[in-house]
Design a binder for this molecule. Structure first.
Ligand code: HSE
Length: 438
């Protein structure tokens, strides 16, 4: 049988990695897919960057590939939400299947793209969009399909995990650790997406849709990154037996779905707390299976290509099947998505780490704990540092760190407003969310 024909859009880290893996493992892949998979055309802005692709049609005209009647699958490896969106929609309109690693595109325009693909009866495969080489989309969509998924919590951005690990382990400052992550090729072209939590939020948004059978709703996700995280909180958290990780969290609650990305304290005993460097890991809790953990490389040329090629194989196996009998894009049938609300962050339930700078005077602690008690927020742990000395002189100020039991975010915010109004509290309160992950 003739090989299935793939048109590759983009030849950066992921595009070139896909080309290499497909070529190196072509015999095994053919035995698995039942037919060869051939990249027959590559569209790239700078053709001189394409090495080792002799005999393959290389063009700078991306539309020419998307419109080419001989192409069965378009592998979109450009990234971004502009040109990539136009090309993907055009390819779908031309009846091509799509394989993409583009989490931003699907998190923001997923509903439109999946709708267009369903109407046209083509597949949109995106394993590489979440946690690189970890087959988490496959696990959620197929392996765990018997379960009612209760929650997902993931370290799904290697750049920030690398930065946090280096800051904690080696005492590096934020900028040095970010530069190292960029040099290693982990960071997005614009590192803002990494450090401000946007990339992780894109990925958890995609997972939430598959886990709970809701539309992709990035505009409802709460997003907070690590750029404002103070090194002192990494140290205090460690003193208390916690590590700080940037977590993407999607949780089913009685009120709706929590969809949030933020720095999070995790007990150091949890496996997730010990995921270091640029590695990714995702915990999924299902009602039948219990807790499962997926770990691996979330970025880089070949780990990401591993997921892209797996999708190419899936599409090759299924492209002749009746569209009704394929695995649905978002795990649930297209016409069976629920309108479960995504909760605003004020309605989220969490325990909290609070750091306060206070005047070291009698009664300061009592005033703070009274405010919390009035709101029925109970304290789980408390750490008071010795009064700070500068050049041998007692400054008369100290840090208090409180860990609360679970409460609704709007309650802790109201308590913080009252605490900050106390004359003995001399700076803004630092608030971080915590996850027990039991
Ligand atoms: N910038 C991403 C990361 C790459 O650091 O994990 C993979 O999406």
């Amino acid at each position: 049988m003739e090989p299935i024909k793939v048109g590759l859009l983009g030849f950066g880290t992921v595009g070139s990695g896909t080309f290499t893996v497909l070529r190196r493992n072509q015999e095994e892949i053919k035995r698995r897919a039942g037919r060869g998979i051939e990249i027959s055309r590559i569209a790239v802005r700078t053709p001189s960057k394409v090495k080792g692709a002799e005999g393959i049609g290389i063009t700078t005209d991306f539309n020419a590939v998307v419109d080419d009647p001989s192409i069965d699958i378009v592998a979109e490896m450009i990234g971004g939400t502009g040109v990539a969106r136009d090309l993907v929609l055009r390819a779908i309109a031309n009846g091509k299947h799509i394989v993409t690693a583009n989490k931003a595109l699907l998190a923001v325009h997923g509903s439109e793209i999946f709708e267009a693909a369903s109407k046209k009866g083509v597949m949109v495969a995106f394993e590489a969009a979440v946690a690189g080489g970890i087959p988490i989309i496959k696990a959620l969509r197929e392996g765990l399909t018997a379960n009612r998924i209760e929650y997902i919590a993931g370290i799904i951005n290697g750049t920030t995990n690398y930065i946090l690990s280096e800051m904690r382990d080696r005492g590096l400052d934020f900028a040095t650790a970010l530069k190292a992550a960029q040099d290693l090729g982990y960071a997005e072209a614009d590192p803002t997406f990494d450090i401000e939590g946007v990339d992780a939020a894109h990925k958890v948004t995609l997972m939430s849709a598959i886990a709970f059978g809701v539309p992709v709703q990035f505009d409802r996700a709460y997003v907070e990154g690590i750029s404002k995280l103070d090194a002192i909180d990494i140290r205090y958290a460690e003193n208390l037996g916690y590590r700080i990780k940037l977590l993407g969290i999607a949780r089913r609650t009685e009120k709706g779905i929590e969809l949030r990305t933020h720095p999070t304290l995790i007990p150091e005993k949890r496996l997730l707390a010990n995921v270091e460097g640029a590695m990714n890991a995702v915990v999924v809790h299902g009602d039948a299976v219990g807790t499962t953990l997926y770990y691996g490389k979330g970025a880089g040329a070949e780990p990401t290509a591993s997921a892209v090629v797996a999708d190419l194989v899936d599409v090759t196996r299924l492209h002749t099947a009746d569209p009704e009998h394929r695995v649905p894009h978002l795990a649930f049938q297209h016409d069976s998505l629920a309108n479960t609300p995504i909760l605003p962050i004020e309605e989220v339930t969490s325990s909290y780490y609070l750091r306060l700078r206070v005047a070291d005077v009698t009664g300061v602690l009592a005033n703070i704990t009274r405010i919390l008690a009035d709101k029925a927020i109970s304290i789980d742990a408390l750490l008071q540092k010795e009064s700070e000395h500068v050049d041998g002189e007692d400054k008369g100020e100290t840090d208090i760190i409180l860990i609360t039991h679970e409460t609704v975010e709007k309650e802790i915010n109201a308590a913080i407003t009252q605490i900050e109004a106390l004359s003995t509290v001399v700076s803004k309160v630092t608030k971080l969310r915590m996850e027990g992950l039991k």
